[in-house]
Design a protein around this ligand. Structure first.
Ligand code: SIN
Length: 302
C-alpha cells in the first residue's frame, strides 16, 4: 500500500508487515517490521524486491549471532571469503566467511579487525578482483559515541546524471582497479607498496556497467587511489578520473548512516560505493561483515 507523501510502502506477507522506507532518492531504504532471524519466504521476496530497487538496505534493532548473520546473508546467494586484512588476519575463528572491521586491540597486541579508526575513503568492496562480490552486509556490535558514520553513494543515480559529453568520453572504456591498498590506506598483507597504477596488482572493469537484476546502467569506479583508465596516458587518465569522481561523489548521490548497535546495513557493490568517517581511536567499534559472491563479472553496458 504505497503512501504517496513519504513514498513508503507496506507489504503484508504471511501476516507480518514489511515496511519499506526510502532513505534518499538516490540510494537506500530502511526495512521495518522484520526480525532477521525469522524471515518468511514471503517477507524475503519483499526484501529482495526492495533490494533491487534501492541498492542498499538498513535493518535496525537486530540481534544476530554469527550463525544467524551467515544464515540471513546466504539467502542472497553463496558467500565469498573475505579479504586478508592488513594484519594478515583472515576471519573470525571458526567462521571463515565473516570479516571483522574493528580498531579493538586483541590479546596479541594487534587489532582484531581491519580499517583501524581512521577515515575509509570511497570504494567498492574487492573491485580489484576479476569477480568482485555482488554485495556486503555489515552488522554493528559496538559503536563509538561519535563518528564512524558509513556513507553510501548511489551509482545508478550518478550514472543517470552523467553529463552527455563525459558519458561519451568514457563509453567503451575500462578502469583498472588497484588491489595494493585497502580503503583505510593500509598495504594489503603480502603486497609491495606501489604508486604505479599501470603495473600494480588489480583488474580492469568497464566504467559503465549493467546491473543485471534491474537492467539499469551504473557507474563502476571502485577506488580512486592507483586507478587507471586503461590505454590512456597517465596525465589524461588522472584528469578523466578526477572529473568522474567529482561528478559521482556529489552530495545528491550520497547518504550518511549513523550507526546504532544492532543495525545491519547491506549494499550492492555493483551499484554503490561506500566510505567511513574517522572516529576517536580510544573508542571501540566492532562490526562483522559478510560478502555475497559475484554471480557475473561486471558487465559492460551496451
Ligand atoms: C567497509 O568498508 O566495509 C567498512 C565500512 C565501515 O567500517 O563502516
Amino acid at each position: 500500500m504505497p503512501d504517496t507523501a513519504s513514498n513508503t510502502s507496506t507489504q503484508r506477507s504471511g501476516g507480518h508487515a514489511v515496511e519499506v522506507h526510502p532513505l534518499t532518492a538516490a540510494v537506500g531504504a530502511e526495512i521495518r517490521g522484520v526480525d532477521l532471524t525469522q524471515v518468511s519466504d514471503a517477507q524475503f521476496a519483499e526484501i529482495e524486491s526492495a533490494w533491487i530497487r534501492h541498492s542498499a538496505l538498513l535493518f535496525r534493532g537486530q540481534q544476530l549471532d554469527h550463525g544467524a548473520l551467515l544464515a540471513f546473508s546466504r539467502r542472497f546467494g553463496e558467500l565469498d571469503p573475505p579479504p586478508v586484512n592488513e594484519n594478515g588476519k583472515k576471519f573470525v575463528e571458526g567462521y571463515p566467511d565473516i570479516y571483522v572491521v574493528s580498531n579493538i586491540i586483541g590479546a596479541d597486541g594487534t587489532p582484531i579487525g581491519s580499517l583501524g579508526a581512521g577515515e575509509a575513503v570511497w570504494h567498492t568492496d574487492m573491485s580489484y578482483l576479476p569477480e568482485p562480490p555482488d554485495a556486503s552486509l555489515l552488522y554493528s556490535v559496538e559503536i563509538p559515541p561519535a563518528g564512524g558514520d558509513t556513507w553510501l553513494c548511489g551509482m545508478i543515480a550518478a550514472c543517470a546524471s552523467l553529463p552527455q559529453a563525459l558519458r561519451k568520453t568514457v563509453a567503451g572504456r575500462s578502469i583498472k582497479h588497484d588491489g595494493t591498498y585497502n580503503s583505510g590506506g593500509y598495504l594489503r598483507a603480502g603486497l609491495k607498496d606501489s604508486d604505479d597504477p599501470v603495473h600494480s596488482v588489480g583488474t580492469p572493469h568497464p566504467i559503465i556497467c549493467i546491473h543485471p537484476p534491474s537492467g539499469k546502467h551504473t557507474l563502476y569506479l571502485g577506488r580512486r587511489r592507483n586507478a587507471w583508465v586503461v590505454g590512456l596516458p597517465r596525465d589524461e587518465s588522472e584528469a578523466l578520473l578526477d572529473e568522474l569522481w567529482a561528478h559521482a561523489a556529489q552530495p545528491e548521490h550520497a547518504f550518511a548512516h549513523s550507526w546504532r548497535v544492532g543495525d545491519v546495513l547491506m549494499w550492492d557493490n555493483r551499484t554503490t560505493m561506500h566510505r567511513r568517517d574517522p572516529f576517536d581511536s580510544a573508542a571501540r567499534r566492532l562490526m562483522y561483515r559478510t560478502q555475497i559472491k559475484g554471480k557475473l563479472k561486471p558487465q559492460r553496458a551496451p
